[in-house]
Design a protein around this ligand. Sequence first.
Ligand code: PEP
Ligand code: MN
Length: 388
Amino acid sequence: MSESTIDTVPDWRTLVACQQPEWPDQARLGEVVDDLAASPALVTPWECDALTARLAKVAEGRAFLLQGGDCAERLDSVSAQTIRRKLRLLQQMSVILSSASTLPVVTVGRIAGQYAKPRSSPTETVDGRTLPVYRGDAVNGTGFTRTERQPDPFRLRRVYDASQYTLDVLRASGAEVFASHEGLLLDYEDALTHERSGRRYAGSGHMLWIGDRTRQLDGAHVAYFATIDNPIAVKLGPSTTPEHALALIDRLDPDRRPGRLTFIVRLGARRVRDLLPELVEKVNASGAPVVWVCDPMHGNTFQAPCRHKTRRVDDVLDEVAGFLEVHRALGTHAGGLHMELTGEDVTECVGGGVGFEDLHRVYESACDPRLNAGQALELAFLVAEMLR
Ligand code: PEP
Ligand code: MN
């Protein structure tokens, strides 16, 4: 990024940061943040640059991106075995997609840092009792008690340690898998941001994304993301106008560097065919080299009769089909997939042998429903058919 660009970016601390926890004790938050700022970065600048280079190939239509993992990682269930099962699933899906598309697949986990969640309401009411909503293990606990739901800044330190452990397992697996998460908690991200010969890198993960709820052009998240040199992404939901997408490009990728900016679109199976063409057309006409990725999960969530949040595998597949159709019709590159999945044998999404009546059996997600390994592999095979 040029110096003139840095000069024009307002300090994120002077802007509104949506979806931040109300930490009860600012002094304690300050201590944790100072401790993190004095800790080594979890990822290196050259690893981040390597991912940007891989994503540049995706932007040019010469590679495909598979990004996936939990909606919300859990601090208490970090284990080498669970991490390896997730990595193995991602790698299997990458192989399936690579052989069908005859393109190299860049594999990126929602992993080693995916601990903070944006929520649609700040509170949750159960049986007439209202408490702060669960905002991810980085902030508070899932249990419906006042103590659990109280934000605790020390959790940020635990996230750092758990992410480091996860990255150790990931690096020892040999295969090239990068780490990504939503860069939601700006105190945490800022503390781990390091400057080196004029370049600034978020040290919390290789790739960070801005969620659909925090992509305001005048907001703190866009301002912070504009200052880092990692590859970054923005989630685009149904309310995104082409003008908003173009303004995001101007703010986040003023130099139009291929691989720098990915748009993860999550429009829903019913709307993708209507809403995506204009977005892609106008961005493409601007000449911006963005990577287009389909998140077929977040526009297809609904509440099952048993009250669990769920998704139909059929809807997920239908949104991917719509995404591919739109890109095919426009002659643009359908760059990849962004999935919520786990290597564990959960019953959170409906389809592939899991019915509504099975949801209660192994529903472990603290937030959104994930595909299990069988569902994810089945989906990869069906998407592979579409890519051939
Ligand atoms: C998520 O990826 O878990 C998420 C909250 O997505 P979005 O910002 O697209 O709603
Ligand atoms: Mn989610």
